[in-house]
Ligand binder design. Structure first.
Ligand code: PHE
Length: 344
């Protein structure tokens, strides 16, 4: 029995020594250590041995098994290592090859300008409100004191989807929605940035889709001087400390009185140039005191509360600030144009 075991061991070790593949190794392992292997058989037959021989025999079988297991393990490692070496030898990496450039995107200039404007108004205590781009006629017009058939609707030529639904022509409907949501609470102190849409022929200064930021401040005792102070502060932070502003009487159905706000020309500082058409002033936004009808319709008693509102076009501000001469640049997405704004 002892000899038989030794013979099995030598046989197994010799086979293992010659193996080069995992699969063969697996087969030999099953052959000599598996349930049906002769060594396992010896273990099973131990019961028939005289009691005094059992411990010795058991020890021997275990040693043989151990040696074979060890040989299998070493071989498995050797095969693994050989595989790795082969891989390293065949797959060489040329570390001197130039890398492939990764084109990183940059913040769109309009997004950057919206963020700059938001920052300024957040600093003055305004909150940001947003609303749907597809609006109802009620929020876009009626609640803003523009009943159906009102001639001033022509000021904002609209994309209608149905009789009652359209693409919003300004972000003023967000102001109405916010007042409704606040149910008479004050202060309502918000700015509303977002895309707006008007039927217009696209050219260097017009786009059928553009961005607006409107503002609304409703509380007790809000007056035109609050409007002027806030807008002057905005102008200075956006275009520089030496900015001046000028209010001119105007008309909007949702504000009374209404004013057009001009900035002193940031290019010629007021002396007159091509951009300001020699006037020294640049028209930048519409504004006014919220019309009592608008306050009333949104749940605020105009006898108690007053408010101001304003609205500006983001593209126009961006064009003035960065000297962009054609609004279409913002929408044609030429990456050479966009990249210039990488670090603003
Ligand atoms: N909603 C106006 C527009 O888009 C802008 C505006 C807002 C004017 C608030 C006055 C007050 O033309």
């Amino acid at each position: 029995m002892r000899e038989k075991l030794m013979q099995l061991k030598d046989e197994a070790l010799a086979k293992i020594a010659q193996i080069n593949h995992e699969k063969e190794l697996q087969d030999v392992k099953v052959e000599y250590l598996g349930k049906k292997s002769p060594i396992t058989e010896v273990l099973r037959g131990m019961g028939q041995l005289p009691a005094e021989e059992r411990p010795l025999m058991g020890q021997l079988v275990n040693d043989v098994r151990g040696e074979i297991e060890e040989a299998v393990k070493e071989k498995a490692e050797a095969i693994e290592e050989a595989k790795l070496n082969e891989k390293l030898a065949t797959e060489s990496i040329d570390v001197t090859l130039p890398g492939r450039p990764v084109h990183a995107g940059s913040t769109h200039p309009l997004t950057a300008v919206v963020e700059q404007i938001e920052e300024i108004f957040l600093g003055m205590g305004f909150k940001i409100a947003e609303g749907p781009e597809v609006e109802t006629d009620y929020y876009n017009f009626e609640a803003l004191n523009l009943p159906k058939e009102h001639p001033a609707r022509d000021m904002q030529d609209s994309f209608y989807i149905t009789e009652e639904i359209l693409l919003r022509t300004h972000t003023s409907p967000v102001q109405v929605r916010t007042m409704e949501k606040m149910e008479g609470e004050v202060p309502v102190k918000i700015i509303c940035p977002g895309k707006v849409f008007r039927r217009d022929d696209d050219d260097a200064t017009h786009s059928h889709q553009f961005m607006q930021i409107e503002g609304l401040y409703v509380d007790k005792n809000i007056s035109m001087s609050d409007l002027k102070g806030i807008l002057l502060q905005f102008a200075r932070e956006m275009f520089g400390e030496d900015q001046r502003i000028r209010l001119r009487p105007s008309f909007f159905p949702f504000t009374e009185p209404s004013a057009e706000v001009d900035l002193s020309c940031m290019l010629c500082k007021g002396s007159g140039c091509r951009v300001c058409k020699q006037t020294g002033w640049i028209e930048i936004l519409g504004s006014g005191m919220v019309h009592p009808n608008v306050l009333r319709m949104s749940g605020y008693d105009p006898a108690i509360y007053t408010g101001f509102a304003f609205g500006m076009g983001v593209e126009r501000i961006a064009m003035l600030k960065y000297g962009v001469d054609d609004i279409r640049h913002f929408y044609t997405n030429d990456s050479r144009f966009l990249k210039q704004f990488n670090r603003i």
